[in-house]
Design a protein around this ligand. Structure first.
Ligand SMILES: [Mg+2]
Length: 188
């Protein structure tokens, strides 16, 4: 019998919301630069943008305060995500700052993304301590933590900053949301 009670953790930034696009717009306006999402080919985007980590995080928050300007990573994202609910419970698991959570909720509502709970963690490593079977995330670091657990799967959502990530045991790369349902079906 197929398993339909997976606990699925779905990240927000870089997986559902294309926050880096808004980040580039804000930074380019502020500093007269011309960054585009494609140039951020490693996790530490602040090093590429030549700003401090604090300014990077502050600018991401700024993007969220203006949540309507943040596009989704893909067209018809709600429809694509809704296909996951047949496999179990789908939660949003995000490291967003506390101040931006209400805006993130607005964004999710506006885009009609179906989910059961929004869970906020203080860090990426704290995500790996949560009891989920599947993590859909753009963080290579989180994938390495999941691979070192005794159970669970990681689906690495392809972004320029994780393109060279090593694929570890129980970790799969997904290039678009449509890859997710057939992959979960295989895990059954
Ligand atoms: Mg993310």
């Amino acid at each position: 019998m197929p398993k339909t009670n997976f606990r699925i953790a779905m990240d927000l930034d870089g997986v559902l919301a294309d926050t880096i696009r808004s980040f580039c717009n804000i930074l380019n306006t502020r500093r007269s630069t011309a960054y585009s999402p494609e140039v951020f080919d490693r996790w530490n985007a602040w090093e590429i943008a030549h700003i401090s980590r604090e300014e990077f995080l502050r600018t991401l928050d700024e993007a969220w305060f203006n949540w309507k300007s943040i596009p989704s990573t893909e067209e018809d994202i709600a429809m694509k995500v809704s296909r996951l609910t047949q496999f179990g419970r789908v939660d949003i698991v995000t490291g967003r700052s506390e101040a931006t959570v209400p805006y993130a909720e607005e964004w999710l509502r506006f885009h009609r993304i179906p989910f059961a709970n929004l869970v906020r963690t203080e860090s990426t490593s704290a995500k790996a301590e949560l009891d989920y079977d599947i993590f859909i995330d753009d963080s290579e670091f989180l994938m390495s933590l999941i691979a070192s657990r005794l159970f669970g799967f990681g689906f690495l959502y392809t972004q320029p900053w994780n393109i060279s990530a090593k694929i570890l045991p129980r970790i799969f790369r997904i290039r678009r949301w449509e890859d997710v349902p057939p992959l979960i079906a295989q895990l059954q």
